[in-house]
Design a protein around this ligand. Sequence first.
Ligand code: GLA
Length: 741
Amino acid sequence: MNKLFLSLLLLLSLQAISQKEIYFSEAKFKTGDQSEWKASNFDDSQWPFIKTGTRWEDQGYTRYDGYAWYRIKFILPSSLKQNAYWKDSLSFWLGKIDDVDETFLNGVKIGQTGSLPTDVGGYETQWDTYRIYNIPANSSNIYWDKENTIAIRVYDNTSGGGMFGSIPFVKMLTQSDELEVSISSNTAPPPNYNTSVENISAKMVEGIWAISIKDGAIDKIIRSTSKAVNISGLKKITEKINMAGIAGNKRIEIISSFKEKHTGDIKSKSVVTPYILTPPVSAMPRINSALVFGVRPNSPFIFKIAATGKKPLQYNAENLPEGLSLEKATGIITGKVSVKGNYNIKLNVSNQLGNATQDFQIKVGEELALTPPMGWNSWNCWGLTVDDEKVKSSAQAFIDKGLIDHGWSYINIDDGWQNPERTNAGEIIPNKKFGDIEALGSWLHNKGLKFGIYSSPGTKTCGGYTGSYQHELKDATTYAKWGVDYLKYDWCSYEDVFTKEKDTSLQAYQKPYQTMELALKAQSRDIVYSLCQYGMADVWKWGDSVNGNSWRTTGDIQDTWESVVSNGFDHPELFSYAKPGNWNDPDMLVVGKVGWSGTLHSTMLTPDEQYSHISLWCLLSSPLLIGCDVSKLDDFTLNLLTNDEVLAIDQDILGKQAQQKIKTKDVQIWVKSLADGSKAIGIFNMSNAYKVVRLNFSDIGLKGKYIIRDLWRQINVGVSQDKYESNIPPHGVSLIKLTGK
Ligand code: GLA
C-alpha cells in the first residue's frame, strides 16, 4: 500500500463518516499562539490529541487560560455535495467554544465568535454560543476529495477553555438549517401563543407544518393540526395556536414542527406553558423571616420582619435587646446593640383575621450572614446600563409585589456605577447615571431594604469602571458613609497586578481579599463581604479566613440549562464548606427578564428548568440574588420567588448544604439536613423526557416512617416507610421534605 493511501485510511478512521455529516471527535491541540498554526501544511504530527466535546481543563490542561489551537485534518468526499439537495454551501458546526474563537479552513479565516482582547472594543466572551460557519461550496479554498485542515484559534479568559457542548461536524447546508421555527406568547393571562416558520434563505422551502398541544405527563396529544406549506425565500409564516378549552395553569407542551419535503429533515420548536404550582399566599398572617440575624456590637441594625397576610398588618416584637426599637406599622427594627450575646425575641404579626408568632434570635457578635443573603442584583438584567432609576424601580417592586414580605432584602448595584475619576481627595464617586448615592442608601433603608455595592481589587472592574486598587480603605469608608450593607468584590483586572507580581502562591490569591477585609473591619457598620473570583485557588477552603461571607464557585451564569448544570449541579464536593456566615455562591438567579444590557429577554430556561434552578440553589444554601427586572415580574416568576416553604430550605438556620446522594445519567438526588431534623430532598430529572423516579429511602440512608411534603405545591402527599415515587418532567424537579413521624 502506498503512503498516501495509508494516511487517507487513517484519516477516514478518525473522521466517522455518516451519509450527510463528517464528525470530528478529536483534534490535535497545543496551548500557545502562533500564526503559522493556521496553515494547512503546518506539521502538527508531534501535537497530542484532545477530545473536542469537552473543555480542555477537564482533559489535563487544568487552570490553563489564554490562547490555544485545535487542528483537525479530514478528507472531504465530493459525494457529500453530490448527494445533497442544496449544493451551494458547506457548513461547519463546531459546538460551543469557551470563550472566543477564530476559525480557519486551509489557512483562510471562515469565522469568529466573540472578541479577542486585541480586537477593537476589547475582549467579549461568547462561550455559550454554538458556532456555525457556512462557506460557498464552490470556494477554491475547499479541497474536495483531498485533505483539508480546520484550525481553530481559541482564547480562554478564565476557567474551562476550548471546544465543548457537542461533537463538531461538517455537512452541506440543507433547507432545514435555513428555517427558524419559533413560538411566542404575549404576557397577558391567559397567554396566547403564536408560532412561525421563517425561511432565512433566498430559496423557496416546501414541507408539512404540524402544530400540536400535548400533555406530557400522560403522553397524550390533546390537539394537533398539520398542513402542506411553501415558504418563499426570506418569508415568514405565522399561525395563532388554539388554546381554547385548555386549563390556564396546567403544564402543556406546544410543539411546532416543519418537515422539509425533499430531505425529510425536521425542524421543530417546543415550549412548556409557565404552570404555577404554588397556591396563592394566604390572607392569614404568616411570618417568613429567617429565624436568626447576626450583627456586630454597636453596628447600625436594620431588619424588616418579613410577613404576609391581608394588609394592614401589625408587627410586634417581645424581648428586643436594649438599643433596638420596632416600628409597629412597618415591622422595621432599627437601632444599635452594644452588648454581645444571643437575644431570643418573640415576633408577632396580626391582622383582622388572626395572628402569627415566631421565635427569632438576634446574635450580637462577630458573625454576619447567618443565613444566605437574599435580594436583587442589577447585573443579570441591566449589565453596565444600570442607573439610579432602574435600581429604584426594582426596589420599589420588591415592596409593591411583596417580595420584601418573603424575606428578600438586599438591593445590590453591580458594575457600572463608578465615575471614571475620583475626587481630588481620592474618593470614589458615582457616575452621572446615579444622583445622590447616599440618598439612595437611606431611601432603601427607610423602606426596610438593605443596600449593596460592587467593586474590584484591581484598578478597573470587569466592565472597565474604576476599581479599588490602592484605595481600599478610602472606598470602604465611603461605602460605610453611604450606608452600604453588602460588598461584592470582583477579582477582574486584579489579574494584571497578580501577573506582574509573578507570585502564584495561595497568599497571593488571598492578598487583595485580605486588604479589603481589613478596610471593611475598620468601619463602624456591618458590610456583608461577597468574594467574586470564580473559585480560584479553591476559595471555599480559605474564604472564611478573610472574613468572606460568600464566594463564587464558578464563572458567570447564563440563562441556559447547560449553564445552570455547570454552575449548580457540577460541584457537589463543596458541600462541607457551607455554614452559617459562609456560603458557596454558584452565581445569581436567571429567572424572569434578563439580558446583561439595556435589552431584556425572558429567560431561556423552561418552566421546569426554573423550578430546578430555584430548588437547587435553595438546597445548596446559596445566596439568592434575583437577576431580573423586578418591575416586570410576571405571575409565574413571582410565584417561583415567593414560595415560603421553598425559601425556608435556603434560609434554614442549620446552614448545611445539600449533598448529592445519587447521580446517574438521568437522575440526581440531593439531600439537605434541616435544623428540625427533617430532610429537604431534590429529585432532579436531568434527561430530556418525562421520567418516573423512585426514591428508596434506604438508598439515601434513611430509616423510619416519614411524612412527605411536596414543597412547591405546599401539600402533604403521603406517609411512607420506604419510598417516594414521582413522574418528573424533563429537566424538572420534585422537591420534597421528609419529616419523621
Ligand atoms: C464579572 C462577575 C459578574 C459581574 C461582572 C461585572 O463577570 O462575575 O457577576 O459582576 O463581572 O462586570
